[in-house]
Design a protein around this ligand. Structure first.
Ligand SMILES: NC(=O)c1ccc[n+]([C@@H]2O[C@H](COP(=O)([O-])OP(=O)(O)OC[C@H]3O[C@@H](n4cnc5c(N)ncnc54)[C@H](OP(=O)(O)O)[C@@H]3O)[C@@H](O)[C@H]2O)c1
Length: 198
């Protein structure tokens, strides 16, 4: 399979790319690094990425940033930065990518545990993750051509110790479990699902 991984140079993406690389053709996409660069907040940049890569069988997104800020300090502008990046950025990978993906292909986006397990200062990211999960649920039946879409929703991962303090009471998940969730989405038959790695 020809698999595009947007965010392949990051903490999650590196491990996911390594796991798929033995049996598949991987296009590693980053913002500043990788085989190809894209800015998911810019629709022209996304279109250019697909033009450059051409038809593909699966796209995994392990990209997308959102702000951490307490509600009493949160502003619409700060909130919007996350909506345009982690939420609309990943949605646009699907909206634009659907015109380049092969029949029977799949999209796998990344949301996160905050959709239903809130933490302090996480309300923007909880909203964004919930939005991604809802998009996957609602768009799956309309994609057609046998194209599937899922979200992987991880807890904080073992390779991101800087986040541990922000997730009190949570046991960081192993990268092996996280990688397996992406394999389940890309290599399995699920669609419209949120694959939780808690
Ligand atoms: N880490 C965790 O514990 C955890 C837990 C649950 C969910 N998540 C979610 O998983 C995703 C990946 O997290 P991570 O910790 O692996 O992040 P990360 O280490 O910061 O990596 C981010 C990746 O996205 C790329 N990127 C950054 N801005 C971009 C843009 N505007 N357009 C395209 N690509 C861009 C980066 O490329 P460059 O390297 O070229 O800059 C890098 O490959 C995020 O959505 C995060 O919210 C993470």
């Amino acid at each position: 399979m020809k698999i595009i991984i947007v965010g392949a140079t990051g903490t999650l993406g590196k491990k996911v790319a390594e796991a798929f690389a033995s049996k598949h053709e991987i296009i590693r996409v980053g913002n500043t690094k990788g085989d190809v660069q894209v800015d998911i907040t810019n629709e022209t940049s996304i279109k250019n990425m697909f033009e450059q890569i051409g038809a593909f069988d699966a796209l995994i997104s392990t990209s997308g940033k959102g702000p951490f800020a307490p509600v009493n300090q949160l502003t619409g502008e700060v909130f919007k930065s996350g909506l345009l990046d982690k939420l609309l950025g990943q949605v646009n990978l699907v909206l634009i990518g659907q015109h380049y993906i092969n029949k029977g292909g799949s999209f796998t986006l990344t949301s996160g545990i905050l959709a239903e397990n809130p933490v302090a200062a996480g309300s923007a990211l909880s909203t964004i993750n919930g939005g991604l999960n809802a998009f996957v649920l609602a768009s799956a039946p309309e994609l057609g051509n046998g194209i599937r879409i899922n979200a992987v929703s991880p807890n904080v991962v073992e390779d991101s110790p800087a986040y541990f303090e922000s997730f009190p009471g949570e046991i960081p998940v192993t990268m092996e479990k996280v990688v397996k969730a992406y394999e389940k989405s890309v290599l399995g038959i699920l669609t419209g699902q949120v694959i939780k790695v808690y």
